[in-house]
Design a protein around this ligand. Structure first.
Ligand code: PXL
Length: 279
């Protein structure tokens, strides 16, 4: 059975990070081995939350898993509380990132042009170094701009879809050239097309843009679910393009369901009953 080390937080409310990754990987037939970076009572966009930072646990998990002789087919990093955690993750990668391992870095830094509460310039700098080691990077537009050094605001001055997508592609291609990773920019909502959300896949040879219909809202955890489906798909031998289509269909169903239930966006999407689509 394929094993994936999943390095991100456990948030009790928000249907993001580990509460998204574990069910998705399980239903897709891979074992999720969580390395929690923090435990939160709710994700950080709730007005109030408790956060227990687990930075000091990361080297201990690394040692304990080494003693077990553990090995991983995939390593998936997500929400990281600060730059010190990334330094521990480099030590983790020294031990566990080998020839056959797929490293997916979801550079969780912000959304909708705003940095999350935990953002610092130091975290961004370390995230760039981590991204340079990745095989796959899954930023949203905000994160892609931060990593590529492009301006989110300048991008959003384009009023037409074609130029907007061209500018996103330029930022994504810059990140691709800096890291040599496969890039999937998620949650692209071009101007004038409020009913569609797209994803852009960029590798060293080409760019593919695809989109699905959408209710215009930005829900918690959708990027985390998306990245988890990509990892699950790769563990199952699917190529990235097939996995992107599967992730889009899965999220589209979950978002439509959530829209009908008038759930607040911080609470995440009703994905549970659509997990069967990933079987
Ligand atoms: O979904 C990204 C994410 C993950 N984990 C925590 C978060 C967020 C986004 O706000 O707060 C704790």
């Amino acid at each position: 059975m394929k094993k994936v080390a999943v390095i991100q937080d456990l948030s009790s409310f928000g249907k993001c990070s580990l509460t998204a990754a574990i069910p998705v990987l399980s239903v897709m037939g891979a074992q999720a081995c969580p390395l929690p970076t923090a435990v939160l009572s709710a994700q950080t966009e709730y007005p109030s939350y408790f956060c227990e930072d687990l930075t000091r646990a990361i080297p201990v998990f690394t040692d304990e898993w080494s003693k077990l002789g553990a090995s991983f087919d995939g390593i998936h990093t997500g929400y990281i509380t600060g730059e010190e955690q990334i330094r521990h993750i480099f030590d983790f990668l020294e031990v566990f990132y080998t020839d056959g391992t797929l490293l997916l870095v979801d550079p969780v830094l912000g959304d909708q042009g705003k940095a999350y509460n935990h953002f610092t310039d130091g975290l961004l700098e370390q995230m760039k170094v981590l991204a340079a080691q990745a095989d796959i990077i899954t930023p949203n537009i905000t994160e892609c701009c931060l990593l590529a050094g492009s301006s989110y605001d300048a991008l959003h001055r384009f009023a037409d879809e074609k130029n907007y997508l061209k500018a996103i592609e330029e930022a994504g291609r810059q990140l691709q050239q800096e890291t040599r990773a496969e890039i999937i920019i998620t949650g692209i909502n071009p101007p004038g097309l409020q009913a569609a959300v797209g994803n852009m896949y960029i590798n060293d040879a080409h760019t593919i843009y695809s989109s699905v219909s959408y209710n215009g809202k930005s829900y918690s955890g959708t990027g985390d679910l998306f990245a988890s489906v990509l990892m699950g798909g790769r563990m199952r031998g699917m190529n990235l393009e097939q996995s992107i289509t599967l992730a889009e269909n899965f999220l589209s169903a979950a978002i439509q369901d959530t829209d009908l239930s008038e759930t607040p966006v911080v609470a995440g999407v009703n994905f549970e009953k659509y997990l069967r689509m990933l079987l």
